[in-house]
Design a protein around this ligand. Structure first.
Ligand SMILES: [Zn+2]
Length: 219
């Protein structure tokens, strides 16, 4: 699996420090299960933090992140565990989801989706203080609703892939979006896309933006 879009260092450092809330930790841990590059970054930050904790004799590790780490059996987090899926429906592929997502939500076939129109579906996994972790299912070639952001959105691809403007996000990739211009994920043509999306504020939905479609069709 070739991962092109990684977790940024701010999130990795906070994850290593145990300072991320549950939903952020879930997204980061799910990426780590598929990405040795980011696991190495976390290990580096943990080493730095361990030295600084020895010097300060303080402990700041939160239970939420540690719980997720505990769920990640070392034997289960090799990159090769998660294979790219290319079926149109994804329904027959098991297991699809990496840990720790699979332990929390079940696998793809177990998800009880809520429809959002246009074949797009969601399943909210965790909600606390405005921070929401949800699974999104976008059928092959279908565009999710265009939206902007009041806060931060992490989107971790756990099956299939999508385009956002001129960027491609494949299995294992994480997209980080802040207070940016409206964007519109469009699932790739060869497979449905399933993402774990975490937001800390309501999205700002827009009308359809034809120029994004034009950008997509030029790809
Ligand atoms: Zn990574």
């Amino acid at each position: 699996m070739k991962i092109s879009h990684h977790v940024n260092d701010d999130f990795l450092y906070l994850y290593a420090a145990g300072d991320l809330d549950y939903s952020w930790s879930l997204a980061v841990a799910t990426h780590l299960a598929m990405c040795s590059h980011c696991r190495q970054r976390v290990a580096l930050f943990e080493d730095v933090l361990a030295v600084s904790m020895e010097e300060n004799s303080t402990e700041t590790v939160s239970l939420s992140a540690m719980d997720l780490l505990d769920n990640m059996d070392e034997a289960e987090i090799s990159d090769s565990d998660v294979k790219p899926t290319h079926s149109a429906t994804l329904e027959n592929e098991t297991p699809v989801f990496p840990e720790p997502l699979r332990s929390l939500a079940g696998d793809l076939k177990d998800i009880k989706w809520s429809t959002m129109g246009g074949g797009v579906k969601q399943k909210i996994l965790h909600e606390q203080d405005g921070l929401i972790a949800r699974l999104l299912y976008i059928p092959a070639g279908v565009a999710a609703a265009s939206h902007g952001h009041n806060g931060v959105e992490l989107t971790q691809v756990v099956a299939g892939g999508y385009y956002d403007g001129d960027q491609a996000f494949n299995l294992g990739d994480m997209q980080t979006v802040g207070h940016d211009a409206p964007h519109q994920p469009i699932a790739m043509q060869d497979s449905a896309c399933v993402c774990l999306a975490v937001t800390d504020a309501p999205l700002k939905f827009q009308n359809m933006l034809p120029r994004l479609f034009q950008k997509f069709f030029r790809i």
